[in-house]
Design a protein around this ligand. Structure first.
Ligand code: GRF
Length: 217
């Protein structure tokens, strides 16, 4: 499976996926290209140092999203990407890209969707006062963090948590569930049925059950 990673900044989720491939936790997958809209993205620098192909089309000053996404589609076509992972990619994806990669674009969001979509999800969770939040890997559709949910993991909000501590707690979970989700795609186990995503089980008890904290025993 050939992956395209889209990022705009730090890129820690990209690195988590990259490390999981290198260590064999994700099998049959390679990162074909890292794309960024931000020439200064740390993740882009990391990719270059790691010898991964990169493509950058600066989005600053680009108002026409559709035209911009057409340009991306053309620029990455030659990489024959099977799955695009948005990893801190701070642009709304338009049908120009969605249609070219139908049901092949996923994203990670730092909240338990459908709660707290959009920006500053951790801040939203704290302001609302929820006791449990977490992260979600989901398919990307035309809305904001509104696509079908693939995997979620929860964290407890402690009384002394602030935005930084909560974000760090959630990020640790992101680094577990994003690579785990990519592994499922590489094993061809993800089935999309309407809004529901089902995971084909190979074993009696899969890693996914453990990650989700589901224990039917
Ligand atoms: C993560 O919190 C992710 O959930 C959100 O953006 C952040 C990206 O972090 N979509 P990084 O660039 O992967 O470190």
């Amino acid at each position: 499976m050939r992956l395209g990673i889209f990022l705009s900044g730090r890129g820690s989720n990209f690195v988590a996926i990259y490390e999981a491939i290198r260590s064999g936790r994700i099998k049959n997958a390679e990162i074909a290209v890292v794309f960024s809209n931000n020439p200064d993205a740390k993740g882009l620098e990391y990719a270059k140092d790691a010898g991964i192909d990169t493509v950058c089309i600066p989005s600053k000053g680009r108002k026409d999203r559709h035209e911009y996404d057409i340009e991306i589609t053309a620029a990455i076509e030659r990489y024959n990407i099977d799955l695009i992972c948005l990893a801190g990619y701070m642009r709304i994806v338009t049908p120009a890209l969605l249609d070219a990669y139908k049901d092949k674009i996923i994203n990670i969001h730092p909240a338990l969707l459908p709660a707290f979509p959009g920006l500053d999800a951790q801040k939203q969770a704290l302001s609302y006062g929820v006791k449990i939040t977490g992260c979600t890997v989901h398919f990307v559709d035309g809305g904001v963090d509104s696509g079908a949910i693939i995997m979620q993991s929860s964290v407890i909000v402690d009384d002394d948590d602030n935005e930084d501590s909560l974000s760090a707690k959630i990020l640790r979970r992101e680094h577990i569930i994003y690579p785990a989700t990519v592994a499922l795609f590489a094993e061809n186990r993800v089935m999309l049925e309407g809004r529901r995503v089902k995971i084909r089980n190979d074993d009696e008890k899969t890693d996914i059950d453990i990650i989700n904290g589901i224990d039917n025993a």
